[in-house]
Ligand binder design. Sequence first.
Ligand SMILES: *Cc1c(COP(=O)(O)O)cnc(C)c1O
Length: 390
Amino acid sequence: MQVTSDKKRIYLSAPHMSGNEQKYIKEAFETNWIAPLGPNVDAFEEELADYVGIGDAAAVSSGTAAIHLALKLLDVHQGDKVFCSSLTFVASANPIIYLGAEPIFIDSEPKTWNMSPQALGHALEDAAREGHLPKAVIVVNLYGQSAQMDEIVSLCDSYNVPIIEDAAESLGSTYKGQASGTFGKFGVYSFNGNKIITTSGGGMLVSNDLESLKKARFLATQARDQAEHYEHSQMGYNYRLSNVLAGIGRAQLEVLAERVVARRAIFDRYYEELSAIPGIQFMPELEGSWSNRWLTALTIDEQEAGISRELLLKSLIEDNIEARPVWKPLHMQPLFEGTRFYAHNEEGIVSEQLFKSGLCLPSGSNMTEEEQMRIVDCMKKALNKHILLS
Ligand SMILES: *Cc1c(COP(=O)(O)O)cnc(C)c1O
């Protein structure tokens, strides 16, 4: 697919600075704290832990690093099994294979597009019967929408399997009033350039287990033992966040609530303009949950809409609008060929259907009203053209 328009490019989710970032970066420069660690890192950790209401937070170089550390802290190694949502970005599962463990993928359910408690239940039953329970379950909150945490937590508790909540896309969201990312033994946030707030690159590992987070910091700084010289008894990583980038994070966290409001308003505009069109269905919001609407996602029923997701996507791309299909499920990826997978039910695989029909629209909080209407108009034009032709 190719851009044919000379209009200004609209990105899927562009960084949106608050203006205060320079203040914290300047402090770092003035005190010469151009290092991984320093006052901005400490403050960013404390402020984020306060914001989501959890015991402690460890700032790291990426969300992927945070997942890797969480698995490491749960003692995942070769021969272990780890369950993971299938409908997600590859970074949710890559750390499983860094450690030589075996991923087993779990399908989505239609109410949240996230991990199906029903499929998870079957997978846990089988694992218990085989005498080989997973070391962890990685639950993803897609596009800001929380998974059905009550059901998932209760299932995992009954088998005594810890949860890692991949909340890379759901910082600022809540489920029954509690912050997304705080439901498992560990929670993970990402500050990659396209996320709701960004440090250009970075992540956070959160937990109420303060000892584990101490260990995470130790592992993330090359596992250096207490000594004047460099003493090492364990393998470590270089995973800490730089003090300069943590400064960006502090300023971004100050505007997180505003960013959620802005992204939700963008969703509302798309909904208002497009939801009446036959065949268009927006990603639901589970009752009792509050999504940050990181990306507005919808599905297109080709029969009803008279146009395929593929053609609609093509129209957007030609108009220099960065839209994307919904994540390709990991159980369909060549990288994970042959891995086990549990479907939601026998009638069809929910994550595959979402991949085939799902579309993500530009949702950056700094999009102008004009840009939003350009996207809406492009969608309407493509949909109308097909109704007229058929
Ligand atoms: C972005 C993302 C990650 C990875 O975060 P990075 O900071 O880019 O390493 C992990 N999981 C999901 C679901 C994501 O969207």
